[in-house]
Ligand binder design. Structure first.
Ligand code: C5P
Length: 224
């Protein structure tokens, strides 16, 4: 671990991967996040000298070398609790996880059976917004969000930056070929009075560029 990097002496909490919302003991609601981007960001942050706590949803990825602690979780509510426990004394929070927006209202402890009544109707309830909750903390860390959008990427991302009170938002376009579960990505970085494009690159190269920008903005805010 570097003691001289752009994030030396900084404690960063990073969440990554999908969450799974169980319906019954064999079924769940999930999404296509692989966790690769968040893990690459964790690795780049370690290389920049940060002390990194990585909160991981269900992914099949090894822990990047030098990560101080990894906590594995499954559901959005478990991820929220793990993030909040890790936040004490943290300087930066990077929300790279694809947190499920909804979970089923009533988990069935028994496998739901097919039957004459036909297909079940699942009632969904909203999950906690981890990012917005961290951004509302006092003292408030430097907060970085991600936004995966299929259309009007910049407009939706800017609205999200304001609504969730973020310092920086990394937005990417999602279609079948790029963005989620893929090996490369492009990001539009957005903050209150500016934006910058990080061009399409492998996730590890892009993560290094992103961490360098996060460090620059973090230090600029501390100087302000
Ligand atoms: O609103 P949307 O889900 O597009 O926002 C994406 C950003 O918010 C990501 O950084 C994601 O990790 C975070 N998020 C969260 N908790 C949720 C939903 C999203 O932390 N329940």
């Amino acid at each position: 671990m570097s003691r001289e990097g752009a994030l030396a002496g900084v404690k960063a909490v990073i969440d990554a991967g999908p969450t799974y919302e169980d319906i019954d003991p064999v079924r769940f609601l999930g999404n296509r996040s692989s966790g690769k981007m968040g893990f690459a960001v964790a690795e780049a942050a370690v290389q920049a000298g940060a002390e990194v706590i990585l909160i991981a949803g269900p992914v099949a990825l090894p822990t990047p070398p030098g990560v101080a602690r990894r906590v594995d979780v499954r559901s959005a509510r478990q991820m929220r609790d793990a993030v909040m426990r890790a936040m004490d004394g943290a300087d930066i929070f990077i929300a790279a996880a694809a947190v499920a927006d909804w979970r089923v209202a009533d988990y069935s402890a028994r496998k739901i059976k097919k039957g004459p009544a036909g297909a079940p109707v699942l009632e969904l309830v909203e999950n906690p917004d981890i990012l917005a909750e961290v951004a509302a903390r006092d003292p408030r860390p430097f907060v970085v969000g991600f936004a995966a959008e299929t259309d009007h990427v910049t407009e939706h991302a800017r609205e999200k930056l304001v609504r969730k009170k973020l310092d920086l938002l990394a937005a990417n376009r999602v279609d079948e070929n790029i963005g989620i579960g893929t090996d490369d990505n492009a990001l539009e970085l957005i903050w209150t009075d500016g934006s910058e494009t990080l061009p399409r690159a492998g996730k590890s190269e892009l993560a290094k560029a992103l961490v360098a920008r996060i460090a620059a903005h973090y230090h600029a805010r501390r100087r302000a």
